[in-house]
Design a protein around this ligand. Structure first.
Ligand code: ATP
Ligand code: MG
Length: 720
């Protein structure tokens, strides 16, 4: 018998060790950020394998992203030296469910080669069903219905299981439509994303023998980021755990940030109750962050009422430790410029770009950083979603602009000729293509010629002519109108903005924001053509894997990650906390925003720097913004206000010194020399006026009254 503990246990604290070695019975590790929850899971798997307690194929481990799954596999391999190939059941809920479903597809009305619909296909299908019911699609939009379906599936409800109220929603036929949609999917041998879990749950419920099989197979089950599981995932887990109940979940109620997508932090609270005899282990020592960072984050989150409460401490003692810094900039361009310079300074001091991250609240904020970094030649990568100019809505909008500036741009024309939907079917478009090819002319020209003939149906002809007339008019206005205004007009008159405005999906408001940001970014160029040229340069830049690069991502996609240096821009009321979260969910929304702030700050190991701008320029109009209330909630002793850079000329002196050069020198940080027209006055203003940013809409400048525009961000860290 070995008397010495195996290598992988070395360095673990007693609680961590306890969690790793407790293999029997349900176990909940409830602990704050950076306490080693993920590390415990990884080590626990290594321990199970090393002690021969189970074979790799008998372990089920759920991670939040596929990337996290890959990393976990690599770590385990590192711990125990190879033989992790058999870990077939390490992945996200979705990837694990696909695997189960492929084996038993027939039992839920599918064949094993079933396809998984993407959002577009899903919407097309729903649209057909809505049309077949004779509903007005404008009022009862496919996207709205898709959102409802997602909600039901997140709660694991089949058509028969939804509430009476919801059954009667959507023109009174919610349940009927849902049932029809499910039928159609099954005829098409397809399922949507939400079905993956729902079908497996149905499979398990209806086939006890199969369930028992899996219960026996999965001798050990583990879930990371447990606080963000939804009802369906919870039910799934509970069904599987009923057999042997060797289930271990790790999570942090303070990091529950997907409530808006159906996650239920209550799952954590229910764990002890639902998994009888569960052991709960708390980890209190943080191994990630300096004491300043940890104190700042802990103090911030202590303002939330709905929490289990935890203490956290760190032993990390770093003689060079710096407080959390707070700085302001005039606007987002300057914010990007200042952060860019700071990153360069860090780089010259020997820091790697890979260890630096910029975490934004809303994806539209990425634009100014991407533009700035491209012009500086600073490598960056966008994590958890496409880069700004590669987003679906941005590509669509750019396609419109390209068609105006370059009528022969066939790719652009093809992209938007029927976006939004104008009733131009494949048959019509085929004719356009044929004519273009035969006469060797651009598509738009061919479309024009075709409209002069009787070859296409009157309805399609009218639609096509409408598009062409629009383009002709916009092209004329190119000469006279200001390019940013024209851009707005194009998106409005084409119906493109409207398409997203009536969209009920969770991504839609973020997409509208991105469109606004796109137009805003055009202001720096003389003309639309000049702008498009810039874009083609930005797009051309290919992201080489493995290159040293700064990471840019939303706070939502930063979960579980860590970096030496973290920049947190845009801490302004309305943006963070996000106005929509406040409007839609009130206090609960505010608390979720605060958890997001907590997640953001706790990503930092050594340096965290928060920024806010005093102005946001929206449609050419300056609006002064108000610093986030979260700034007031940071503990003074652990925060330093760094010299404001609002008059940009003064910035260099700070930037040159890097961190520490302008550290707060004993004055009360909240009284330090602030040249921004800002913080303190703004705090008063906020007290007087609760909602500063009114919700507005994206009206064309022609219709627009002088009303304030909204700053809405994207709640979603999702890809196109
Ligand atoms: P989050 O809540 O952000 O997901 P977490 O609780 O999962 O955080 P980990 O990512 O597992 O925390 O650990 C945070 C950091 O601390 C990692 O770099 C990890 O390697 C390190 N760490 C954890 N436990 C120890 C330990 N006992 N000794 C040294 N380092 C540790
Ligand atoms: Mg983790």
């Amino acid at each position: 018998r070995r008397s010495q503990a195996p290598d992988y246990l070395e360095g673990l604290n007693p609680e961590q060790r306890d969690a790793v070695m407790t293999l029997e019975g349900p176990l909940l590790v409830l602990a704050g950020a950076g306490t080693g929850k993920t590390r415990v899971l990884t080590t626990r798997i290594a321990h199970i394998l090393a002690t021969g307690s189970a074979r790799p194929s008998e372990i089920l481990a759920v991670t939040f992203t596929n990337k996290a799954a890959r990393e976990m596999k690599d770590r385990i391999a590192g711990f125990i030296g190879g033989h992790v190939e058999g870990m077939a059941w390490l992945g996200t809920f979705h990837s694990i469910c696909v695997k189960i479903l492929r084996r038993h597809a027939e039992l839920v009305g599918l064949k094993s080669g079933f396809s998984i619909l993407d959002t577009d296909d899903q919407l097309r299908l729903i649209k057909q069903i809505i049309q077949a019911e004779g509903l007005d699609e404008k009022r009862w939009t496919p996207r709205a219905f898709a959102g409802m379906v997602d909600g039901w599936k997140n709660r694991a409800q089949t058509p028969n299981e939804i509430s009476h109220g919801e059954a009667a929603a959507f023109a009174g036929i919610g349940r009927k439509l849902y049932a029809e949609y499910q039928d159609r999917l099954s005829i098409l041998n397809a399922c949507d994303f939400g079905d993956l879990l729902l079908h497996v749950i149905t499979l398990f419920k209806n086939n006890p023998d199969i369930l028992a099989d899996y219960q026996r197979r999965f001798r050990f089950m583990m879930v990371d980021e447990y606080q963000d599981t939804n009802v369906a995932q919870y039910l799934w887990l509970r069904l599987l755990a009923q057999g042997n109940a060797n289930v271990c979940c790790v999570g942090d109620d303070d990091q529950s940030i997907y409530g808006w997508r159906g996650a239920e932090v209550d799952n954590i609270l229910r764990f002890e109750h639902d998994f009888r005899g569960a052991k709960v282990i708390r980890l209190e020592r943080n191994y990630r962050s300096t004491s300043h960072i940890l104190a700042a984050a802990s103090h911030l989150i202590s303002h939330n009422e709905g929490r289990l409460g935890k203490t956290l401490f760190t032993d990390i003692s770093d003689p060079d430790e710096v407080p959390v810094a707070v700085a302001s900039a005039w606007d987002s361009e300057e914010e990007a410029r200042a952060i860019g310079e700071e990153i360069e300074t860090l780089q010259t001091q020997g820091h790697r770009l890979n260890d630096i991250a910029i975490l934004v609240r809303a994806s539209f904020q990425m634009r100014s950083f991407e533009d700035r970094f491209v012009s500086m030649g600073l490598n960056y990568r966008v994590i958890g979603g496409p880069r700004f100019y590669e987003r679906l809505e941005i590509r669509d909008a750019l396609a419109y602009f390209r068609c105006v500036v370059q009528p022969a741009d066939d790719l652009a024309f093809e992209r938007i000729v029927n976006t939004p939907k104008r009733g131009l079917g494949d048959a019509t478009l085929k004719l356009v293509h044929e004519l273009a090819r035969a006469n060797r002319i651009p598509l738009m020209e061919a479309a024009f010629q075709l409209c002069q003939t009787e070859e296409i149906k009157p309805k399609a002809r009218t639609a096509l002519k409408g598009v062409l007339d629009n383009f002709a008019r916009w092209r004329r206005e190119l000469e006279t109108a200001k390019h940013t205004e024209l851009a707005e007009i194009i998106l409005d008159e084409s119906g493109y903005t409207e398409m997203w405005r009536t969209d009920r999906s969770a991504e839609a408001p973020g997409r509208l924001d991105n469109l606004k940001e796109l137009i805003r970014s055009m202001e720096e160029f003389e003309s639309m053509a000049g702008f498009l040229e810039h874009i083609s340069l930005v797009m051309d830049r290919d992201s080489e894997e493995g290159l040293d690069a700064v990471s840019i991502m939303t706070l939502h996609s930063a979960k579980g990650l860590e970096f030496d240096t973290v920049f947190l821009p845009g801490w302004e009321e309305g943006l963070f906390p996000h106005q929509r979260a406040l409007d839609e969910s009130g206090k609960a929304g505010l608390e979720e925003e605060r958890r997001l702030a907590y997640v953001g700050v706790t990503r930092a190991k050594k340096r965290a720097k928060i920024w806010f701008t005093s102005n946001r320029r929206i449609h050419g109009q300056w609006q002064s913004s108000i610093p986030s209330r979260f700034l007031d909630e940071l503990p003074e002793a652990h925060v330093e206000i760094v010299e404001s850079s609002s008059n940009y000329g003064g910035y260099g002196s700070y930037g040159g010194g890097g961190y520490g050069a302008s550290r707060f020198d004993g004055r009360d940080p909240f009284q330090s020399s602030y040249s921004t027209p800002g913080w303190q006055r703004a705090q008063k203003a906020r007290a007087a006026q609760d909602t500063v940013l009114e919700r507005g809409s994206f009206k064309s400048s022609r219709q627009r009254k002088a009303g304030p525009m909204t700053i809405e961000g994207e709640l979603v860290a999702k890809s196109v």
